[in-house]
Design a protein around this ligand. Structure first.
Ligand SMILES: [Mg+2]
Length: 476
């Protein structure tokens, strides 16, 4: 089976499962919508005008002066004597909440309304592709402006699960649009404070500090068991899955069958890189990335599949599709060697010319190698090198344009049988050191030399030099 035939074969594909819509300064914005004379001015919604009561909402203009929900009326008057104070009407805000939900529905069905100023949409199918998800988010913003009012603005967060979508909606205000892609986790969360996590209030924060966790990098460094121990409950496991971008069910719980069957990366190369050397460099880079993901997910692989697709010109296609071509074409593929390798595509069968979604006519080749489970880059690279030499040769195989690598037979690293022999090169230790430095300083800090030619052709979704999603910045 082609390990790249379906998106589910990848680790966590870069998709957004949920949009979290959070209205900005909701009550104050409703007042400014109802009263155009309030627009552009500091305004606070208060339950009463007594100096001892506190604001329940503040407009952007008031927030700019340091006035926020919870500021006492007496203090507000000192900060800004001309502040507009409005006695809030919950009925009016509830009406607006319904109007906004109806406006959101015009762009995407609303799955949940966690509060009066929040709506959650669940994305399905191709809506989950980041460019489409982003367009839906922009449509939601426009629909609210058009159908409810121009002062009603919202921040929208996109994430693989509800939890991350909510976090993302908090990262940019007002009028934000932030996406947290699985491939950029957990790095894109490193700059948060513990208290930025939904569900982590003062008491939980105190508990975490008591157990020595004071920063997000410390929390994110924990594995699932570590998180479980920290919370002493299944909430630790859940939070682990959420923060690491795993697809989760509608209630935020991880989907069953969380153990992935394979972990893969693939890349379609640009025309300039469609050479054996270019393909090798890309394969090398994909392997490096997959090996790092293995270790981050605390997995070991027991097999590796390599898939290469070769571009064919018109003449090659015509020759291959002539009825007699399959029989007369000399088989240039090497004989199967005894040992570890099993050919995935049977030799001697008529060739099937396929058409890639890009329109490229091609022939494909793939092979799987099995080996004792491991997770270190050097051992996996050696295996890749051996697989590489098995690919067919000849004029039809000179223009590789697609390379895919998938790790299979995955087990949790705790299940790995101890090897009979000690790790002579300390390969696991070396791999972990590489990961640490690369996570800290960026992926190009340390790499194996074979990757170098691929840096120029680096696809953006394999971000070697920078993180496309950055804290507080629109992801596109
Ligand atoms: Mg809000």
């Amino acid at each position: 089976m082609d390990p790249f035939a379906t998106s589910s074969s990848g680790l966590e594909p870069d998709r957004f499962g949920f949009l979290h819509v959070d209205l900005n300064s909701f009550f104050a914005s409703v007042e400014q919508q109802l009263h155009p004379e309030y627009r552009g001015k500091p305004l606070a919604v208060v339950p009463s005008f007594a100096d001892t009561t506190v604001a329940i909402a503040a407009s952007y203009e008031a927030k700019a002066l340091g006035i926020k929900t919870g500021t006492r009326v007496g203090d507000m008057k000192k900060i800004c004597p001309e502040i507009i104070m409005v006695h809030g009407s919950h009925t009016t805000y509830a009406e607006y909440s319904h109007k906004i939900a109806a406006a959101v529905e015009l762009a995407c069905p609303v799955a949940h309304t966690p509060s009066i100023d929040e709506m959650v949409c669940q994305l399905i199918g191709r809506e989950q592709e980041p460019p489409r998800a982003r367009q839906i988010a922009l449509d939601i913003k426009q629909s609210i402006r058009d159908n409810v009012g121009e002062t009603l603005r919202c921040s929208i967060g996109m994430g693989p699960n509800r939890y991350l979508a909510k976090i993302a909606s908090d990262m940019q205000k007002p009028d934000g649009l932030i996406g947290l892609l699985p491939s950029q986790l957990p790095r894109s969360l490193l700059q948060l404070e513990l208290r930025d996590l939904p569900g982590v209030g003062a008491r939980t924060e105190a508990m975490l500090i008591g157990k020595g966790i004071t920063t997000m990098p410390q929390l994110l460094a924990l594995d699932r068991e570590g998180m479980h121990r920290l919370w002493n409950s299944v909430w630790g496991d859940r939070l682990y899955h959420w923060l690491h971008g795993h697809s989760t069910g509608d209630d935020g719980a991880p989907l069953p069958n969380e153990m992935q069957k394979s972990l893969g990366h693939s890349h379609v190369m640009g025309p300039a890189h469609r050479t054996p050397e270019g393909a090798w460099a890309v394969a090398h880079k994909l392997l490096h990335k997959a090996a790092m993901r293995l270790r981050m997910e605390k997995l070991c692989a027991g097999s590796m599949s390599l898939t290469i697709r070769y571009q064919l010109n018109r003449e090659q296609v015509d020759r291959a599709t002539m009825p007699e071509a399959a029989d007369t074409r000399p088989d240039t593929r090497p004989a199967t060697r005894p040992g570890d390798f099993a050919k995935k595509s049977a030799t001697g069968k008529p060739r099937k010319i396929r058409q890639h979604t890009s329109g490229i006519k091609h022939d494909g080749w793939g092979m799987e190698a099995r080996f004792p489970t491991c997770q270190d880059t050097l051992t996996l690279l050696e295996t890749l090198g051996k697989l590489w030499t098995q690919q067919p040769t000849g004029p039809d195989y000179g223009k590789p344009f697609f390379v895919g690598i998938a790790m299979g037979r995955l087990i949790h690293e705790n299940e790995q049988q101890p090897t009979l022999f000690a790790d002579p090169d300390n390969r696991n230790e070396l791999s972990r050191t590489l990961d640490k430095l690369n996570l800290k300083y960026g992926h190009t800090t340390l790499h194996f030399a074979g990757m170098l030619p691929a840096r120029d052709s680096a696809p953006t979704r394999i971000a070697f030099t920078q993180i496309p999603v950055q804290y507080g910045v629109d992801y596109m």
